[in-house]
Write a new protein. Structure first.
Length: 570
């Protein structure tokens, strides 16, 4: 009789196989639950309690279904779909575990944003605020921001024995001490050495501003000079960065007599400053240049908030019969109608403004508050990118002139800042004729007939192109609108020698930005040459670059070398 053989026990499943099997069973149960919920809704006619309809049931089910798939992928190597998100560009994010973690994060982020879009009972403004808050939260929760969930940080820690984290801790403590995130190497740049180096002299100083006149580099110059008004929320040298980027140096080389207003960073002495004072300062600077050079008019440029103010200045001059003091006005990414003013509008409800007002001291607002707000608008690039690189990886800070300028903050008169947010961003009063008065003069932008050049940035997140476009519906004089590639800074500061970006023109009469773009002609490179040609077309008369055209040689003596004293004050 044959010997009996005991039955062989099946091999024990590995933990990975066991979890994979459990996951498959969970998915079957989930599909059955979804089907049951849908069928229950059909039979009762009322749907499932707490769930509106079959489509909602399916969306919820798909979310959990995707989650189960990700859990199963976590257990084994997978081929990861490429991503355009530079946070996850490093090959280490393709490793098993980290790949699933990244995909789980992306799924959760997408679900969070989708939940805002599907939310009932909220108006468009509320929904945009919620989108901003959801995106801010999603950016903050990225696995790239935490040392134990970032494979690059783990590898760097193993490689350096933790020195990266010690260096990063020092960087973080230094930022906490100064109350501001560091973006660039602190000793890489110095005003007058490798920034703001265009030769010139301060020829006037008031409690509000210094007036800088730049030295001519051509034998002859246009008879009509140029006065530039930069935003007082930043330092003027955004237009005079390193020589190869400087708009001022380039403009001087084109044969313009250039004057720059350098605003004083607010202190306790400016507690009572209001918008009237900035408009009065613009008029004063224009009159000062006219008198100094004995000319009837100047060209004027207004950048960002100084462009908004320049629009009001033109309306005041028009109302007083003095519009001919300005031969032409150029607006760099400036808004006058704030209906579609972008994400900054999220910070202008009553609660937000009360909070900001509470941060003011001695009548002025610390510029670091404003800098933090602008950084938050691009939190992924200007906050979390630096947290990862310099707090976790312990990388050295780059030497980048634009980032140095971005961190060189200015203080703001608190009262005027609050009024600006309330009157313009929140209530949009500037476009309603007579609703605002400046220097005892009602403002009506529809009366302005000054020849105007308007530049907007296609990717501008601070002054969206759609918002800037609205000025074309208000001014009644000849106007050229140019849409530049890039955003609020790079779209403006784009030297022709760099050969970067492009711009679009459409000289046809159109009503909307979409129509403008549809019929526009694209030109590669900088829009600056188009602007100087437009300026020369206004009046190409030239004079010798001598006498008062040289800083300090006229009735106004040179007070000090450019870039002056106000730009250095903290």
């Amino acid at each position: 009789m044959a010997e009996s053989v005991p039955p062989t026990s099946p091999p024990l499943a590995s933990p990975v196989d066991w979890l994979r099997t459990v996951g498959a069973e969970q998915e079957k149960l989930l599909e059955q639950a979804i089907a049951t919920m849908k069928e229950s809704g059909k039979q009762t006619g009322g749907g499932v309690p707490g769930v509106n309809d079959a489509a909602t049931i399916e969306r919820v089910g798909q979310f959990w279904r995707d989650g189960l798939h990700l859990w199963q992928r976590f257990l084994e190597p997978v081929e990861v779909a490429p991503t355009a998100d530079k946070r996850f560009k490093d090959p280490s994010w393709s490793q098993p575990g980290f790949a699933a973690m990244r995909q789980a994060y992306e799924q959760a982020s997408a679900a969070l944003m989708a939940s805002v879009d599907r939310m009932d009972g909220v108006d468009d403004a509320q929904r945009e605020k919620l989108r901003f808050a959801a995106r801010t939260l999603a950016d903050a929760m990225s696995p790239s921001n935490f040392p134990l969930t970032n494979p690059q940080v783990l590898a760097r820690t193993a490689e350096t024995g933790g020195q990266n984290l010690l260096t990063g801790m020092g960087n973080m403590l230094a930022d906490l001490n100064k109350g501001q995130l560091t973006h660039t190497a602190g000793d890489a740049f110095e005003l007058g050495r490798n920034l703001a180096t265009t030769p010139g002299k301060v020829v006037k100083r008031t409690p509000m501003y210094e007036l800088i006149q730049y030295s001519p580099t051509t034998d002859r110059v246009l008879a009509t000079p140029l006065v530039i008004f930069p935003p007082w929320i930043n330092r003027f040298y955004i237009l005079d960065l390193t020589p190869e980027k400087s708009f001022i140096r380039w403009a001087v080389d084109q044969g313009l007599t250039v004057f720059m207003v350098s605003w004083k960073s607010a202190d306790a002495s400016m507690a009572d400053v209001k918008w009237d004072d900035y408009v009065a300062a613009q008029i004063d600077a224009i009159d000062t240049v006219r008198d100094l050079l004995d000319v009837p008019a100047t060209h004027a440029i207004g950048y960002c908030v100084a462009g908004t103010t320049l629009a009001a200045t033109l309306a005041v001059l028009t109302a007083k019969g003095e519009a001919d003091k300005v031969a032409s006005a150029t607006f760099f990414t400036a808004q006058v109608d704030f209906t579609d003013a972008g994400e900054l509008k999220h910070f202008v409800d009553d609660q937000q403004m009360q909070m900001v007002a509470g941060l003011a001291r001695d009548g002025y607002l610390d510029g670091r508050v404003m800098a933090a707000t602008f950084n938050l608008l691009r939190g992924r690039d200007l906050i979390w990118n630096y947290v990862t690189n310099h707090y976790l990886l312990g990388d050295d800070y780059p030497a980048f002139d634009l980032l140095h300028w971005n961190g060189d903050t200015t203080n703001l008169p608190a009262g005027w800042h609050g009024s600006y947010l309330a009157d313009l961003y929140r209530d949009n009063l500037l476009v309603e004729p007579g609703r605002l008065s400046v220097l005892d003069t009602p403002i009506d932008l529809t009366t302005v007939a000054t020849p105007t050049y308007v530049q907007a940035g296609r990717e501008d997140h601070i002054a969206p192109a759609e918002s800037v476009w609205k000025i074309t519906h208000l001014f009644r004089g000849p106007l050229r609108f140019v849409l530049a590639g890039s955003g609020h800074i790079a779209g403006v500061v784009n030297h022709p020698a760099a050969g970067k970006y492009q711009y679009w023109r459409n000289d046809a009469k159109v009503d909307t930005l979409a129509e403008f773009v549809a019929g526009a002609t694209e030109t590669k490179g900088s829009w600056w040459p188009d602007w100087i040609d437009w300026l020369r077309d206004r009046d190409g008369t030239e004079v010798a670059a001598e006498g008062a055209r040289v800083p300090g040689e006229g009735v106004l003596p040179a007070l000090c070398d450019a870039p002056g004293e106000y730009v250095r004050a903290r």
